[in-house]
Ligand binder design. Structure first.
Ligand code: SF4
Length: 339
């Protein structure tokens, strides 16, 4: 029997609610969202039409007006300035990330208010290791990504189009309410590349700040300077996935380039935002259970006395030896955000 994604979500929510599960889909706010009551959007056959009709204008683009070939009509092409792909997009078309569409000469975001994956995760799963250890992070994603990494573990989301996974409209205030109800002190933009939903991310983070909820982003770092400056203005921490260290690797495996990623890392490092960088593990080369769960590099060591100040097993903190931001053994200050 075929089951729609919406039915799957609702059934899962009921099961989780009955089981007292931790996923936020059991939250009453999400029950309301999943019922479609707040969307003004029917789950009809014309879902894509509705998605386009209701999509708000995007930021970070400019019009490029050129003459149409073979006739005198002008066709308006827009250039997206959000990421270094710099897509030139004709009317009715989308950029490489599939989330930004030229609608009659205006660039619109098809993923604003359209989360398709939501979980409450330990912040170690992001992973952020020196930012509020053991904290619950209300994590969400939309469809789309400006990259096309061959190894992507979230390809069902990142390489999807917004219309592939139908869902109701979830305004920023609703996301913040759901995070608050799940008792998560942090909202994490993650799973796909959050750059593609910059406008939504910024609005959620602003709403969240009003309720003392912090916001973090898990990103590939492939974005332009101006949007990143806006993002840095509202976020509290950013983790960058450094997927390799050569232009050739980025070009052939990720469909991108390394240079803009390094530029973003420098920009974030100069901002007030807490920055962590992760070198990705490449499957089949260094991803055995032993390497991931027992590796001594998974812990944090005091640079003063060398003792383990945060011990981790997989995504979980098993021992914490930091007090007031200092090593419990020798008192050395440890870099990070601890409370
Ligand atoms: S964000 Fe999307 S549409 Fe804009 S330049 Fe990047 S890939 Fe193209």
């Amino acid at each position: 029997m075929m089951i729609s994604r919406r039915d799957f979500f609702i059934t899962s929510a009921k099961i989780l609610a009955a089981a007292g599960g931790g996923m936020v889909l059991s939250d009453p706010v999400w029950q309301r969202i999943l019922s479609g009551g707040d969307s003004g959007l029917a789950f009809g056959a014309s879902y894509l039409d509705d998605l386009i009709r209701l999509a708000p204008g995007a930021r970070y683009w400019k019009p490029l007006a050129i003459k149409g070939e073979g006739n005198s009509r002008e066709k308006t092409i827009v250039k997206c300035l959000l990421c270094p792909n710099g897509c030139a997009i004709a009317v009715g078309q989308r950029g490489k990330c599939r989330t930004r569409m030229n609608v009659n000469g205006e660039l619109r975001s098809l993923v604003y208010g359209r989360p398709l994956s939501i979980h409450v995760d330990p912040i170690e799963k992001k992973p952020l290791y020196h930012y509020l250890p053991s904290t619950a992070a209300f994590s969400l994603a939309t469809a789309g990504c400006p990259l096309s990494c061959k190894f992507c573990q979230n390809w069902e989301i990142s390489q999807a189009s917004p219309e592939d996974h139908r869902g109701p409209f979830a305004p920023p205030s609703m996301i913040v309410d759901a995070a608050q109800n799940s008792r998560s002190p942090v909202i994490a933009f993650t799973y796909n590349e959050p750059t593609v939903f910059t406008e939504y991310l910024v609005d959620i983070a602003r709403e969240a700040k009003k309720k003392n909820i912090r916001s973090v982003m898990i990103s590939c770092g492939f974005m332009n300077e101006a949007p990143l400056a806006e993002i840095c203005g509202v976020l509290d921490a950013i983790k960058i996935d450094l997927k390799g260290y050569s232009e050739n690797f980025y070009r052939t495996v990720c469909g991108a380039s390394l240079r803009p990623v390094l530029r973003s890392i420098k920009q974030i490092a100069k901002s007030r935002v807490h920055l962590e960088i992760v070198n990705l593990v490449v499957p089949t080369l260094n991803d055995s259970d032993k390497m991931l769960q027992e590796h001594p590099g998974n812990h944090t060591y005091c640079p003063g006395c060398g003792k383990i100040v945060i011990e981790r097993q997989s995504f979980f903190v098993t021992e914490m030896n930091i007090k007031n931001g200092q090593c419990k053994f020798c008192g050395r200050k440890i870099a990070g955000v601890w409370a």
